[in-house]
Design a protein around this ligand. Structure first.
Ligand code: PXP
Length: 237
């Protein structure tokens, strides 16, 4: 399984003082050196952390793959077509949310998403959809022509360890991953994963890559980026 590291919160820290440091690009390079096989960031419409400048610099400097999470808006599509990241991950966005709150409702927004996805793909960008562990939603992703999805692990991560709710949420994620894999989709996972709750997720063999941000960055603040990334990298091997 591969590790993709989300560097958003280096930019959050930078913006806390409207400063120039810490530099998310430097963190991304260190993460790659410690085993990350992809770099992820989320450009939000309020630019609360990652900005266009970060995307351009990341695209120019990193050696693995750049996956940019964004809303399926015209403004974001324009940015994607300029930056041309390796992957665009379409996510829902609510202005005052603390973090992404769930998967994109591809059934509700199918008419808008169809041409939006096509425009990105025609520009040579691979499109992923962040989706809840729901087979109807995953089937619609397939119908919309993407071949990559990221299953939301956040519901599982929000449950209490050893609870029935956790077991049920894990079963949902495993079932969804299997279903997507059977449809021929490449399956990524992410949201809320940390150094403890990741273990059962590692048993789900359909996952090709996990996207992890907050827990790694929180640990990096104490032990440094390379140590925090390397520890997660060895966990998920
Ligand atoms: N995947 C998606 C689609 C996300 O929006 C985020 C958070 O930006 C992550 C994964 C990473 O989540 P976390 O920061 O909780 O590891």
């Amino acid at each position: 399984m591969k590790l993709a590291v989300n560097v958003d919160h280096f930019a959050t820290l930078r913006e806390a003082r409207a400063h120039t440091e810490p530099e998310p690009v430097l963190a991304a390079l260190l993460a790659e050196q410690a085993g990350a096989e992809g770099i992820v960031c989320h450009i939000r419409s309020d630019r609360r952390h990652i900005k266009e400048r970060d995307l351009h610099l990341l695209k120019k400097t990193i050696k693995t793959r750049l996956n940019v999470e964004m809303a399926a808006s015209d403004e974001m599509k324009k940015i994607a077509l300029e930056v041309k990241p390796d992957v665009v991950s379409l996510v829902p966005e609510r202005p005052d949310e603390l973090t992404t709150e769930g998967g994109l409702d591809v059934i509700k927004f199918q008419e808008h998403l169809g041409p939006h996805i096509k425009d990105l793909q025609e520009a040579g960008i691979k499109v992923s959809i962040f989706v809840d562990a729901n087979t109807d939603q995953i089937e619609m992703c397939h119908k919309l022509g993407v071949n990559l999805i990221e299953i939301n692990t956040g519901v599982y991560c929000d449950t209490k360890p050893d609870s029935l709710e956790r077991k049920e949420a894990l079963d949902d994620v495993a079932r969804a991953a299997r279903f997507g894999h059977e449809l021929g989709l490449t399956i990524h996972g992410g949201h809320g994963l940390d150094y403890k709750n990741i273990y059962p997720i590692l048993e789900i063999t359909e996952f090709v890559e996990l996207s992890i941000g907050f827990s790694i960055i929180a640990r990096a603040a104490i032990v440094g980026v390379e140590a925090a990334v390397r520890e997660m990298f060895f966990l998920i091997q």
